[in-house]
Ligand binder design. Sequence first.
Ligand SMILES: Cc1cc2nc3c(=O)[nH]c(=O)nc-3n(C[C@H](O)[C@H](O)[C@H](O)COP(=O)(O)O)c2cc1C
Length: 211
Amino acid sequence: MTAQESFVKDFVAVVNERQSIRKYDPNFSISKEELEEILEIAGKAPSAWNLQHWHFLVIHGKEAQQRLLPIAYNQQQIVDASAVVVVLGDLEANRNTDAVYDPLVQAGHMTREIKETLAQQIVGAYENKQYARDAALINASLAAMQLMLAATAKGFGTCPIGGFNAEKLMEEFQIPKRYVPVMLITVGKSIAPAHNSLRLPVESTTTWVEK
Ligand SMILES: Cc1cc2nc3c(=O)[nH]c(=O)nc-3n(C[C@H](O)[C@H](O)[C@H](O)COP(=O)(O)O)c2cc1C
């Protein structure tokens, strides 16, 4: 098998293995270092202008997970998982412009003029509040997906959770208004297989334009 073939096989195996795990070993713990490795991989997701519109609020401790439990409508996996990552979208990701581009300019990978052109495009885009919100949700979702695949590749189970009260979450964990909660992701040691889930056939989810 070539390196390319083995990568494809490994990648597809991870994708197939990822399923929404809802039963976790409540006594299993994942270290902060392991979680950081997963978050680092998640953060390699692409983003518009590379503004990296995500922020991860890591709920990593039984007391904090208990506080989250009622906010997520008492879904037991919140407390049984080893950690819950609250994926937040950044409504003000335009503020990252200098942090993202200045090191590239300093290293000679980008001219100051190109940086200024990009910066102006970003300023223009962020005058539109709807764009800012859409961008936060779209780009943070890409990181969320990558987070789940990274955790799966490392042998952990995950589940994306949209069933939570966003307002109460913001209040309980004092999340600044700069961020919008996108989803929660439980991470832990699976102790029961996922529910069966099917996918619609590609023919029904795809339209081709070939000429
Ligand atoms: C945005 C989003 C919100 C979801 N919310 C919940 C949830 O609140 N509780 C839950 O148990 N599963 C939740 N799920 C998991 C879905 O039910 C699951 O992804 C789907 O049934 C497909 O199954 P699979 O992930 O095992 O392939 C959510 C998934 C997504 C992407």
